[in-house]
Every structure is written in C-alpha cells, then in structure tokens.
Design a protein around this ligand. Sequence first.
Ligand SMILES: [Ca+2]
Length: 206
Amino acid sequence: MKKRAGIGWLVLSLLLAFTLTASCAKNLVGNESFEEVEMLNPYNNGTPRVTGWNVSGSGFSKAWGSVDTYAHTGKRSFLLGPMKEPGDTFWQVSPAFGGIKPGATYKVTVYVKAENTELSDGTFGVNAHFDITLYWLDKRDARINIGHRSERFVVKEETDWIQYTFETVAPEGASKVASGVCRRTVGEGEECAGNLYFDDYILTIE
Ligand SMILES: [Ca+2]
C-alpha cells in the first residue's frame, strides 16, 4: 500500500513538473504589458512611448503611444491609430536579441482591441488591419528576407480584447530577431482605419 502511494506521488510530481514547464515558456521580450513608459518624443502630442521598444516609420503625427484609455492587463496599452496617406507606415518592435535557434518555431501572441474601424466612406472593410512581424538578422546584423516573417490580421469591426497568434520557423542563418506590430497603408486609396490597442505581447519558443 505504501509503495503504491509512493508511485502515486511520483506520478503526481511528474505531472506537476510537466504542467509548470509547459505553462512557463519564457517570454523573450520585456515590458510586454506596455506599463513602463517615458516621454522621449516631443512630436507625439504628449503621449508617452513604451520604454524599451523601438518605433519607426512615417506618420509620426498620427496617434500612437502608451495610453491608459484601455488595458487588457495592468493600466495601459499601446495605441496605433488610423493612417490615411499612401505609404504611411508605423511599427513598434522589441530590441533585437540573440540566442536564436534556426528551425525552431517562434510564437507571438498579442491582445488587440479595436474601435472606430469604420472607413472614411462609411463602410467596414478589410483595411482596419495590422501585421505581426519578426525581423530575422544574421550574424552581421543583416536582414534575412526569407521564410514566413510577417502576417497580416484584418479587424473588420469594433471588438473587445481578442488574442491574435502568429507562429513561424526561424530561418537558417538567423542569429537575432526583433519582433513587434506594424500598420501600413499599401497603395492609393487604402487606409488603416480605426484605433487599435495592443497589450500583452508574448514571444516564446515552442
Ligand atoms: Ca497593459
């Protein structure tokens, strides 16, 4: 009887260890809830930016930054507002970091809330979109333009927080990666409608 109890404990311990390991995949980016902020950009209408993340693109006069309007966790989220001019782009990405395992699957999850996604002509189209992107770099910090690096997600209606997922395999030669979200108009007549709020950006190796 005692032996069977011992085996039972062993099985339970192994199950617990497995569960803890499975549920504790390490997030590879920091400040994922966008709670830590700083005032570094004087062109951003007084909205703070997210500490430790890089922003770039055109459209710096557009609405973006860390706001306390909505939050999935904590008190803040990252806002990327509408863009209407052809070629407007804006992205926020983590710093590039090393230790990449080529051939391994990398998974991004992020929560997004959407509002005012009606287009200028009064319709709800496919243009309230955003991209989740991974920028793979080789040992010389040159961009690797192969593989599945980016995925576009379409938000047609106003939504409360929805979790979006993007999985991809690290290409051969990848040494570093930076990861984040992007909005961009592609051509004439296209617009990025609405306010998109991002929170809880998690990047893990599967
Ligand atoms: Ca947050």
